[in-house]
Write a protein of this length. Sequence first.
Length: 322
Amino acid sequence: MYPLKFNPILKQTIWGGNKINELKHIQNGLPSIGESWEISAVEGFESVVTNGKYKGYTLTQLIKLMKEELVGEDIYTRFGDKFPLLVKFIDAHDDLSIQVHPDDNLAMERHNSLGKTEMWYVLGADKDARLIAGFSRKITPKQYREMVSDGTFADSLQTYYVKEGDVYYIPAGRVHSLGKGTMVVEVQETSDLTYRIFDYNRKDKDGNLRTLHVSESVDAIDFDDVSGEAKIAYHLSENEPVEIVSSPKFTTSVYHVTEEITCDYADLDSFVILICTKGVCKVAVNKAEETLQAGETLLLAASTKEVRLIPESEATLLEVYA
């Protein structure tokens, strides 16, 4: 099976900017692009293949056709025709809402959906750009309601200054927000569930205040998540994978590729997603070859046993599997 490329799904948001257009070399692109969904099986927003034999197929159609050959035996047993992960680029030209995502149990009970555990890899950050992840001190649900009501809730949250290459893990239940001037790769479960807690009193394009979910969030928030642990420490190495997140939902590693290397996936029972964050790299599977440049994403089938990464310039890649 050859490496699969997909059409990005571009989403305009009230907090989006122009950096995704720049990253993906989109000429005369739409303004205020907040997100580019790179690989998605969210209903109504399914990725479509742009290359090779399966050009025009949606991701779900491919899974129905190829089953465990595409996603892996265990993953197909657990998720069937539902692809379990969603990959995005996010450009926070303005602050995102302070929010939380439900876990799988609550999401299934309320929405018949997966929950949303996610991670961020910082592609770039303006000077003094920040994000929020977790509590800085212990509060109770009662205090939460009071602080949201009187506008002091942000005072209870942990703030981080961010820079390129930083990694943050956001399990379901962790209160969080991307701050103005931050651009990230987001890897998450396949879910579009977000409970907004505070949104800076912003109005949508129709002049209405955006909906908040203060009450719904109470059951979703992990009030024991007094953080300081959201940022992941790691040391980049050349031409070998460095694991940056290992969770029950996905594993992510980063490669800094300066010479041709071979990745052995013979014992891995999962699809693999490759996301190029910097440089240009050819990805070769048997005789099939695709060029991956910064801002592009590939999907490798679970049946793939070996991949060669051939950099055309120094390249940084994220590798994700379930």
